[in-house]
Design a protein around this ligand. Sequence first.
Ligand SMILES: Cc1ncc(COP(=O)(O)O)c(C=O)c1O
Length: 366
Amino acid sequence: MSEHIPLARPSWTEGMRDAAMATLDSGQWVKGPHGRAFSQEFAEYCHVSYAAPCNSGSGALIAALRLLDIGIGDEVIVPSMTFIATATSVSMVGATPVFADVHPDYWCIDVNDVQKRITEKTKAVIGVHLFGQTYDPALIELCRKNKIGLIEDAAQAHGTSVLIGGERRMSGSLGDIACFSFFPSKNMAVGGEGGMITTDHEAIGSRMRSIINHGRDGTLQSQEVGTNMRMSEVFAAIGRKQLEHLDQWLELRRNTAKQYASAIDQNELITAPSTFPDSEHGWHQYCVKVDDAAHFITYMSGKNIDARVFYSTPCHQHPVYASHPQHDAKIDVTESICTRLVAVPIHHGLTDKERSRVASALEDYA
Ligand SMILES: Cc1ncc(COP(=O)(O)O)c(C=O)c1O
């Protein structure tokens, strides 16, 4: 039997190990130079003025909602087709998530459906760059026109970009605030749990570091409700090393995506993912659309290749939202695709041989 190919495989180099060990040896485990440097380097990478490392992508979302002063009585529109943290972060600050549908071809939040769901209570939209693809830039204009906030859930989209008015705009700069995750399966990681918040707004940037540090200012007075959502120095040191590799890793993912697309071209039982015009996909996940996901997963498993449905339960149908007004609502596109999108391995740690094995499996699927 050939070797197992997992859906994710975090990268770990000597440079990362040295950075982690040196930080531990230094005794400065929190609030130090690596956190400050990581913020600056990540902000530069995203072409924004401010960034703050934090404890997770979920923590980043909660901080972002608080930074937009969202709480009880407010509504926040989110796609139902996403990881549950997008929705539960809204509930965690006491606001109500309103679930929107996704685009039938690109699977990111559907801007026309968002428009229909805006009410007087809507304070913001959380757009998700699903599977590593930036959302439709029309969402930026819609939020601006309606004077509502736009939070980017960029947990899956490090290094993803889109052309807007001839300018290449990075994820992290496509909303009022963006939230990244460094969970080990993501396009870059930190050796544990971690996240990052980015913004270009001075008013938000000046509060960002404080909200993840008990709302304290330079005199240690708490100016607003915050908590400890800081990132450790060890994780920041590892994150800085990972960031140095990100572009090269994205290139590998993009080449793999091309290889898979040409393999799928030969197979009418599989639909390849579509890329939004002018966008540069980050390929956090390569999800194919099939009619019979269970059959496809069993077939891939027979070839010792991991494959998994994303996301078989749309957020509004999770038990946590059993009393939500939309729990039994029909959200058409989401329901038609949620059991049919199956991720196959595309991570940057794949060897040429592994890539070819996945491509051949896609080509031969019957
Ligand atoms: C779209 C999305 N949002 C939010 C999160 C939450 O990030 P974390 O796991 O770092 O809390 C994730 C991570 O899995 C995600 O994929």
